[in-house]
Design a protein around this ligand. Structure first.
Ligand code: TPP
Length: 214
């Protein structure tokens, strides 16, 4: 059966009803807002390529919550190096779902090429599981069973338009996400472990003096 972005996003929200979704700009954001009735998710307005990095940070900041990065394939390609960071950090509460329609759809349908082959990428990276789904039933099964962190490429075969995504003030988005995760008024920062003293010393340490040229 054909898969479209709305049905794929609905499946994500069904399988992970308590997740915080981090949808990338454009279609993924519109679909998430539609399916969750504007739930308190981490909507990106225009920052293409950065949604997965934000999702990784959020997953580490709130390890007791399920986080789902919901990305367009163009978005995924633009921030692809973050998949390597996800593999290195191994958050056990992060699933990356890529809506692979093969195009930069909202800017005119330019092709995303070559195909991303994320199941193979996940298999190739130690610390990241990979899978693909070609139907809503497949997607449900894969999401319910994939080892986390994992990346799932959903092959979108039917074009539907989830509607426009009216501007949401980023400070309002962050306020609602903080409230969703029960962060104290100081924000998410207070939930993130401070860097170790060793790292701080290294970061502020002086470089060794160059050898005396005289
Ligand atoms: C750094 C940057 N480059 C380009 C854009 C313009 N832009 C906005 S959405 C988009 C296409 C997104 O494609 P994809 O992630 O595949 O989502 P789709 O449109 O297919 O839903 C582009 C190129 C941008 N916002 N930021």
């Amino acid at each position: 059966m054909a898969v479209n972005v709305v049905e794929a996003t609905r499946t994500v929200a069904d399988v992970f009803p308590d997740a915080i979704i981090v949808p990338s700009l454009g279609t993924a954001t519109s679909a998430t807002r539609l399916v969750t009735e504007d739930g308190p998710h981490f909507y990106f307005g225009a920052a293409m390529g950065s949604a997965l990095a934000a999702a990784l940070g959020l997953a580490e900041a709130v390890p007791e919550r399920q986080v789902v990065a919901l990305l367009g394939d163009g978005e995924c390609l633009m921030g692809a190096s973050t998949l390597w960071s996800v593999a290195a950090c191994r958050p056990p509460n992060l699933v990356v779902v890529v809506l692979a329609d093969g195009a930069y759809t909202i800017t005119g349908g330019q092709p995303v090429a070559p195909a991303l082959r994320l199941a193979e990428v996940g298999d190739a990276l130690d610390g990241l599981a990979g899978a693909s789904a070609g139907s809503v039933e497949d997607l449900r099964t894969v999401l319910s069973s994939i080892t986390q962190p994992g990346v799932v490429e959903v092959r979108i075969t039917e074009r539907v338009w989830p509607g426009p995504s009216p501007f949401v003030d980023p400070t309002e988005v962050v306020r609602r996400v903080r409230q969703n995760v029960g962060a104290p008024s100081g924000g998410l920062d207070s939930r993130v472990a401070p860097p170790s003293a060793g790292v701080v010393r290294q970061a502020h340490g002086r470089a060794p003096a160059p050898p005396d040229a005289t």
